[in-house]
Design a protein around this ligand. Structure first.
Ligand code: ACO
Length: 376
């Protein structure tokens, strides 16, 4: 048996026999494995053979999944078979997702890295100032990505040396000054993506502030769940410097992330501040040297990928919503939200988390997260 296995695993086998054929044989034979000799054959020969074939056909992940599941489920072969099928399906889905042809936009681009999607304001020669076209493009891109199964975490950033220099003073303000309809359309699009759509995005969102961030660009930073900046990024509520107020909803945004004194100070002086100062006043979570910015963002994004997606989504929705409620409303809303989570969470995170802590004793919730073995 051992020699036969070694011979099978040689180059000759891989070149001339398809792993799929063996795997299909296993499937046929296993249907007759209810009793006696068939069961013995099934357990001792066909099951290990199928694991071997699964390794050849689809990689170690699937075979390991089969092995783990068989051990965990006391040899429940049918359940293990289902799990393998699910893993194959998901592997194919993920591979297909990596080949997705994303739509092409005039002023926005999309880049991907294994479930992390970068949504990039792309007018570097204009420091990513937000023109009406950029607002339309961002709206379309966020609509598209909000239902994209290949996006686990969304990172919003800017091309070149700016995050965004705010509203395009030429195209957004002067360009629509004599055209109320065009102004209204641009304003609606501007508010929709920067706040309504981004703050309610169903997956975790991170603003990666790589450089200049002025005026209207504060809104999308505040809308994201997290913000990480380069130490040398330049922030500024510069509206006062050319005679307007922080409009749109910028004034409303800044009093939520900064304290009142700092909001008034920076809005009335227009004084620029860097990433370190942005951290001190609560505008961003942290700042790091420019060369480490992307790595820091990726670290957070990968952490988010490991947490229960349903629990993360419901948590961020809860935190965002309770800010505007009184205590009885918040208590009632949070009760209902907790109950709803049990029903919508296809991974049964709560069940997995509880059993891995109480029964398996494989982790401590106070110190880290449970292992997602039932990815939905
Ligand atoms: N609106 C329109 N055009 C802009 C904007 C803007 N907000 N920001 C930069 N640009 C354009 C410049 O006019 C210039 O165009 P040009 O090459 O056709 O002359 C180009 O982008 C590059 O800008 P520079 O000023 O040459 O670049 P520099 O790196 O020296 O400075 C900075 C960058 C500091 C961002 C500067 O451009 C600036 O102060 N921009 C305005 C920032 C601002 O106050 N934004 C708030 C707008 S109001 C609001 O958002 C509600």
């Amino acid at each position: 048996m051992l020699l036969w296995g070694q011979w099978l695993s040689g180059a000759w086998y891989r070149q001339r026999l398809s792993g799929c054929c063996l795997y299909r044989c296993y499937t046929l034979f296993s249907s007759a494995s209810a009793s006696g000799l068939a069961k013995l054959l099934h357990d001792k020969l066909l099951q290990p053979l199928s694991i071997f074939c699964a390794r050849i056909v689809s990689g170690n992940e699937i075979a390991d999944n089969r092995l783990n599941l068989n051990q965990n489920m006391g040899g429940d072969i049918m359940a293990a078979k289902k799990a393998v099928k699910k893993t194959v399906k998901k592997t194919v889905k993920r591979k297909a997702a990596s080949k997705i042809k994303d739509p092409v936009f005039e002023t926005v681009k999309i880049e991907r890295d294994k479930g992390i999607t970068f949504l990039i304001m792309n007018r570097p020669e204009k420091r990513n100032a937000m023109s009406p076209q950029l607002h339309m493009d961002m709206n379309d891109a966020i609509d598209y990505l909000s239902i994209d199964p290949a996006t686990d975490v969304l990172v919003v950033t800017g091309a070149g040396k700016a995050f965004s220099a705010g509203q395009d003073i030429k195209l957004y303000f002067r360009g629509t000054a004599d055209d109320p309809a065009a102004r209204a359309k641009a304003r609606r699009a501007s508010n929709a993506w920067r706040w309504q759509k981004l703050s309610r995005f169903p997956k975790p969102t991170i603003a990666m502030v790589n450089g200049f961030c002025f005026g209207g660009a504060f809104t999308q930073v505040c809308a994201c769940d997290f913000a990480i900046a380069s130490n040398t990024a330049t922030f500024g509520l510069s509206e006062v410097n050319w005679g307007i107020i922080p409009g749109g909803i910028v004034s409303w945004n800044v009093v939520q992330v900064m304290n009142y004194r700092n909001a008034v100070y920076y809005a009335t002086t227009g004084e620029p501040f860097n990433g370190k100062r942005a951290t001190e006043i609560g505008m961003v979570n942290k700042s790091v040297p420019a060369g480490k910015l992307k790595a820091e963002v990726m670290k957070l994004a990968r952490l988010m990928q490991e947490k229960s997606p349903a629990a993360v989504r419901y948590t961020k929705e809860a935190i965002r919503s309770v800010r505007f409620m009184n205590e009885p409303e918040a208590a009632d809303y949070l009760n209902a939200k907790s109950d709803a989570l049990k029903h919508v969470d296809k991974e049964d995170s709560r069940g997995q988390g509880m059993s891995q802590f109480l029964d398996e004793k494989s982790y401590r919730p106070g110190l880290g997260h449970f292992e997602r073995r039932n990815k939905g």
